[in-house]
Design a binder for this molecule. Structure first.
Ligand SMILES: Cc1cc2nc3c(=O)[nH]c(=O)nc-3n(C[C@H](O)[C@H](O)[C@H](O)COP(=O)(O)OP(=O)(O)OC[C@H]3O[C@@H](n4cnc5c(N)ncnc54)[C@H](O)[C@@H]3O)c2cc1C
Length: 531
């Protein structure tokens, strides 16, 4: 069963190794453990629904609580401390497209706000219930989750948009195919959610981001359905799929998605590498990114993240041996940076890619330590998200920030983000454990992914204020340094004040007009994406 106030399956708990706890004690001090707000108290205070009755809509309090939030840090503060106080008035979980259409028509008749809900894994406030006199319906696609058809000869598969990662891969793998889209939230996030937030999977270098996978589909807007056929290519004016990608529930309900699929790869290897310094690691990745190689992922951790990852791996003795070995090969000390490099594709293509990539790595004095670290990473790729539960129980909050920028600005932007967070924290007297990695590399630049850990404060308000302070500082720094507001998490509530500075006045105006043309009554997820 899914945790109601945290991440993932209740049966799964991931322990923090003692070495990792030592780092936290040393950097942040002992965590402030807090009692969790009881579920029963929440259920007692869910207000009466303002919705007229409808056979497809439930007003069950637990269902309304479950659909009142995503997985952002403010969402967690609200859930764990009981301060979450806005709930949808009802939840619909339709199973047919006719029901979805009927619900949209009904919402128009009764002037009801509709929040499309995929898997509920948003980390930027996409699902926040607005403060409004109009009743709010959460329209969940969770039960609209089957495969509609597959065309192996065209490498296309059509799915109902509520289908989640594991189901997609189970269906496709059985037929010798894969979609290859693995965000860390894979277990719970949905195909429709991926498209509507412009998601990026861990192996996007090989399979593409969701915009490369999204070949077409149907979105039901308040103006009517918009069908996007899966042309292999088209010169018929602007591509309307781009309106749907990143639309964040503002223009309609995406009901079906036609996805590009790939044959299961012959090789899917991930190698562990250590570089003597960040500069050498970055130079190697930049060079690799510029080559046309079948790399599926590249992840370069900075020195603090490297130290933290090694502590999180547990296995104290193995890590001691690894460090000794690396020391003998001339890599060690506090500047060392860990890297994971994945090769996916045919045996022939990946062996060529390995030869070229390894020679670039060796030129930068990187040490390739084989596949074992990559195998461990693959095994745990979705489990590390469960550490959020463990950390909170130990009295620590964790949040992540991300951007992407061109190679000439990557290192300076990464440093500026980390510095801005430390400075913002020092104003509150709080401390932060901050570390970063490059997670998606492109010929022109890279994404930067920063993790921030800090102690829970005395109260929900103080914890929220601490978060707000460093989040604002980091976002402003990203914009000032020419990075994008978001590489993969989207805009939602938490980034909406920055969208105009990225798109410019004309761009923001175009977005506003698209939303108001397709949704003239501001019925769909109002307030998200554009203020
Ligand atoms: C632990 C964790 C790890 C994560 N890792 C990654 C990662 O590696 N890469 C990444 O890209 N993201 C990641 N995320 C963020 C999140 O998983 C993605 O944004 C994901 O795409 C959201 O999908 P969802 O189905 O959960 O959508 P939801 O959270 O339910 O909704 C997100 C937005 O999309 C809209 N929406 C959803 N479905 C539809 C639909 N069918 N029609 C219209 N609008 C719709 C909603 O209205 C909302 O605005 C992570 C989140 C967590 C909690």
């Amino acid at each position: 069963m899914q945790r109601w106030n945290g991440w993932g399956d209740e049966a799964v708990t991931v322990q923090l190794p003692s070495q990792a706890l030592e780092i936290l004690y040393d950097t942040l001090g002992q965590g402030h453990r807090r009692e969790n707000y009881p579920l029963q108290d929440f259920l007692k205070r869910i207000p009466q629904s303002r919705l007229p009755r409808h056979p497809l809509i439930s007003i069950d309090p637990k269902l309304r609580l479950d659909h009142a939030h995503g997985q952002s840090l403010p969402d967690w503060i609200g859930l764990r401390w009981g301060t979450l106080n806005r709930f949808p008035d009802g939840v619909a979980q339709p199973t047919t497209v006719e029901d979805i259409r009927e619900l949209l028509d009904w919402a128009r008749r009764w002037d009801v706000i509709v929040i499309p809900y995929g898997g509920g894994t948003s980390v930027v406030g996409h699902l926040e219930v607005p403060m409004t006199d109009r009743p709010v319906l959460s329209l969940s696609l969770e039960r609209y989750n089957r495969m509609i058809g597959i065309e192996p000869e065209s490498r296309l598969a059509t799915f109902e948009a509520g289908i989640r990662g594991p189901q997609i891969e189970q269906i496709l793998n059985a037929r010798g195919f894969t979609m290859g889209h693995y965000p860390q939230s894979f277990e719970y996030s949905s195909l429709g959610g991926w498209v509507c937030t412009r998601s990026s999977g861990q192996q996007s270098r090989h399979y593409g981001r969701i915009e490369d996978i999204f070949a077409g589909g149907i979105i039901h807007t308040p103006r009517g359905p918009l069908a996007m056929p899966p042309f292999p290519a088209s010169a018929a004016g602007p591509d309307l799929r781009q309106l749907v990608l990143g639309s964040e529930g503002r223009i309609g309900i995406l009901t079906s998605v036609i996805a590009r699929i790939s044959r299961l790869p012959q090789t899917n290897d991930i190698f562990g590498i250590f570089f003597p310094s960040w500069e050498q690691g970055q130079k190697a990745l930049q060079h690799i990114a510029g080559e046309d190689l079948t790399i599926s992922m590249a992840r370069l951790s900075n020195p603090t993240e490297t130290r933290t990852n090694l502590a999180l791996a547990g296995h104290r003795n193995q890590i001691v041996w690894l460090k000794r070995y690396l020391g003998l090969r001339g890599v060690g000390g506090s500047n060392m940076c860990m890297c994971l490099l994945g090769f996916t594709g045919s045996r022939q293509m990946t062996s060529t890619a390995k030869r070229t990539a390894f020679s670039i790595i060796r030129r930068e004095k990187g040490i390739i330590i084989g596949r074992s670290m990559g195998r461990a990473w693959k095994k745990n790729r979705f489990r590390s998200a469960y550490l959020r539960n463990t950390l909170w129980d130990q009295g620590y909050a964790v949040d992540t920030l991300e951007t992407a920028t061109t190679w000439n600005k990557v290192t300076s932007t990464l440093h500026a983000i980390e510095t801005s967070i430390h400075e913002a924290m020092s104003h509150t007297g709080a401390k932060a454990h901050v570390f970063s990695h490059l997670s998606h590399i492109y010929p022109t630049g890279s994404s930067i992914y920063t993790t921030v850990l800090f102690r829970l404060a005395e109260s929900p308000r103080a914890t929220f204020d601490t978060w707000r302070r460093f989040k604002t500082a980091a976002c402003r720094t990203i914009i000032k340094n020419g990075g994008t507001t978001s590489h993969q998490h989207g805009i939602g509530m938490d980034h909406r004040e920055y969208i105009a500075s990225e798109k410019g006045a004309v761009g923001a105006g175009v977005l506003e007009n698209i939303c108001s043309y397709l949704d003239a009554d501001s019925r769909l997820n109002p307030g998200k994406l554009i203020p």
